[in-house]
Design a protein around this ligand. Structure first.
Ligand SMILES: NC(=O)c1ccc[n+]([C@@H]2O[C@H](COP(=O)([O-])OP(=O)(O)OC[C@H]3O[C@@H](n4cnc5c(N)ncnc54)[C@H](O)[C@@H]3O)[C@@H](O)[C@H]2O)c1
Ligand SMILES: O=C/C=C/C=C(\O)C(=O)O
Length: 479
């Protein structure tokens, strides 16, 4: 069954531009017919955002926060429709979609409503000098998001950018337009002022994404995606010195010390390696395990990888999902073959599962556990973004930290140890924006979120988001 997806500009559906098909990662079948926004359509969307921006910015912040809460309420009212749209595009399990992807959409709007409404203004007082700051929105913001957590990542940007007084043009990934199409309909349903939220669909370079970020009417760009795409976008907006917020790739390390609760470390690593089919920027692709427990840890992790269930998305006990596309599936398999060539030992997986049904037309790969490669191998250095990790033994804490930090990326890391002092010491030594200790992907939405090195520029979350989406003016008065 295919479903036509149009743009959403100035509060109305716009069915303009050539169309392209999207595919169901479970079966490879056609899911949607999507309109691709050309320059003229992008121009219309930016103009609609520009026209709406002064009125939206003039609203008291409490009113904009109220609009965020209404969007959250409407998301919850149309919860199952959003779940179905996300699953149709991604093939992810209904359990994950219902417990993470869609609930976080409502939570993102709610949390930024509260953070913005409660944020105090800043004032500074000397003996005869009073200074205070006022913050004004950036204007029109381009929001570009990837395919792995489509609704979660889009709303993570839409919430704070809108509540700060900007108007926006969102471009979801060409692979996953569905949930943003529903959100556009929700915006119309709740009566969000036309032009505040606009959604255009299409591809990246040479298409909608590039036209949008480079549009002279766009004041800032917030982007989540591959590091090399971030670099391309940065070059494209450099002439106009546009502010950019980048959440990019990762090659995340997990450090497992011999003093750890082994059950917790194994189960936690199963989650951090294989959640969402390993298609989460925070997933662990490099595990470093203290030598005395290395063999037992690898054996248990490999066994658990083999127990992951390739059910259908609607099966509540499904724990392994397909890759988003044939192209991405082939990229992951290329790394499996490269690992073989580099001399890796396959402790689990390495191939393609066969089902004997329509899923053989989908984009599945086996969850894979590798050992035996040097830190210099491409498998240990390049982001694969699939259900795969490489496990390396270490002998000292200093060695483990050095191995973890030997990467061009610096997004996230996990530390598994029962010693509190070691947990703090190691976490503070890791070159990463996010470190989880004895857990993974536990989130407080008020905290700064983002990475260093090739993993990004800036932080999202809490007041960090509000700071990016607004500019302060400092006013100083002689008393
Ligand atoms: N750091 C984070 O928070 C985070 C979160 C999720 C995913 N990611 C990263 O995203 C990547 C996977 O997502 P992806 O394959 O969709 O990434 P991608 O960079 O290929 O595409 C991301 C988005 O950018 C658009 N795009 C591509 N080229 C563009 C260009 N030249 N100008 C404007 N827009 C362009 C795409 O159409 C898509 O909407 C992985 O590297 C993953 O690590 C990072
Ligand atoms: O794939 C990357 C996941 C990013 C997650 C978030 O930005 C979040 O949980 O706020």
């Amino acid at each position: 069954m295919s479903d036509q997806v149009t743009h959403f500009i100035g509060g109305v559906q716009v069915a303009e531009g050539a169309t392209f098909e999207t595919h169901d990662p479970v079966t490879g079948g056609v899911v949607r017919l999507v309109h691709e926004a050309d320059r003229a359509v992008v121009d219309k969307a930016v103009a609609a955002a520009r026209a709406a921006q002064p009125g939206w910015a003039a609203l008291p912040i409490a009113e904009r926060a109220g609009w965020m809460r209404r969007l959250a309420d409407a998301i919850e009212a149309r919860f199952e429709e959003l779940v179905a749209a996300e699953i149709a595009d991604t093939g992810k399990s209904i359990t994950q979609t219902r417990t993470l992807d869609i609930p976080r959409g409502a939570a993102n709007f709610r949390s930024f409503a509260e953070i913005a409404a409660q944020r105090p203004d800043e004032a500074f007082h000397l003996k005869d000098v009073l200074s205070y700051t006022v913050r004004r929105p950036l204007g029109v913001v381009a929001v570009i998001v990837p395919w792995n957590l489509p609704f979660l990542l889009a709303t993570w940007k839409i919430g704070p950018s809108l509540v700060a007084g900007n108007t926006i043009v969102v471009k979801p990934s060409e692979h996953t337009p569905g949930s943003m199409a529903v959100l556009a309909d929700i915006a119309a349903e709740v009566g969000l002022p036309p032009g505040v939220l606009n959604v255009v669909h299409g591809f990246g370079g040479g298409s909608t994404g590039q036209f949008l970020v480079e549009h002279p009417g766009v004041d800032a760009v917030t982007f989540t995606g591959e590091s090399r795409t971030g670099s391309t976008i940065m070059k494209g907006v450099a002439d106009r010195v546009k502010p950019v917020s980048f959440e990019l790739g990762g090659k995340n390390a997990g450090l497992v010390f011999a003093d750890v609760d082994l059950d917790a470390a194994v189960e936690g690593s199963v989650r951090s390696v294989f959640t969402n089919g390993g298609q989460v920027c925070l997933c662990t692709e490099r595990l470093y395990v203290e030598r005395p427990i290395f063999e037992e840890f690898v054996t248990r992790l490999a066994k658990r990888a083999g127990e992951l269930r390739f059910g259908r998305p609607e099966d509540e006990d499904t724990t392994m999902m397909p890759m988003i596309s044939a192209e991405h599936r082939d990229k992951v398999l290329t790394y499996y073959r490269l690992a073989e060539k580099e001399g890796a030992e396959f402790r689990a997986g390495g191939g393609v599962p066969r089902f004997g049904d329509e899923r053989d037309g989908g984009y599945y790969v086996e969850p894979t556990v590798l050992t035996g490669l040097p830190p210099t191998s491409r498998v240990n250095r390049e982001e694969i973004f699939g259900p795969v990790c490489h496990v390396t033994p270490f002998d000292t804490e200093a060695e483990a930290i050095a191995l973890a930090n030997d990467s061009e990326y610096g997004l996230a890391a996990t530390v598994w140890t029962s010693r509190l002092s070691r947990a703090h010491r190691v976490a503070q030594s890791l070159e990463a924006g996010l470190v989880w200790v004895n857990t993974w992907y536990l989130r407080d939405l008020r905290t700064p979120f983002g990475g260093v090195k090739l993993s990004g520029i800036g932080r999202e979350g809490g007041t960090d988001s509000l700071d990016f989406y607004s500019e302060p003016t400092t006013i100083t008065i002689k008393l």
